[in-house]
Design a protein around this ligand. Structure first.
Ligand SMILES: [Zn+2]
Length: 115
């Protein structure tokens, strides 16, 4: 029933894995960071060069292995969580430690205007 699972090359590490162990991702543009230099050389060649480069670029789906998933999307989510945790910690520290100080200063400032 299942048969053989096809293999696909990882978009990031270029190692082949079975597709059922990988994840499909959306890709846009060229493979590596060489697109910038390619564009620059095309600019010197003229507009036709840029057109050619765009035609060569591939849009669509690529496969990514589990390892690289951790360093890609997962890292972004992890980073977001880290920021969230840090923010929560800062808020907690702020309210826990300097709460009395900040409210007292606020009170002294607000007292004359409200009365
Ligand atoms: Zn990989």
């Amino acid at each position: 029933m299942g048969g053989r699972v096809g293999q696909a090359e990882c978009h990031k590490c270029y190692i082949k894995f079975p597709k059922n162990e990988m994840k499909k991702i959306e890709v846009k543009g060229s493979r590596s960071g060489s697109s910038m230099s390619a564009n620059l050389t095309d600019l010197t060649k003229g507009l036709s060069g840029i057109r050619m480069n765009e035609g060569r670029q591939y849009y669509g789906q690529a496969w990514i292995c589990k390892d690289c998933q951790g360093g890609g999307k997962g890292a972004a989510i992890g980073c977001a969580w880290f920021i969230f945790a840090l923010f929560a910690l800062l808020l907690f520290l702020d309210t826990g430690d300097t709460d009395t100080a900040s409210t007292s200063t606020e009170a002294t400032i607000r007292t004359p205007s409200s009365e």
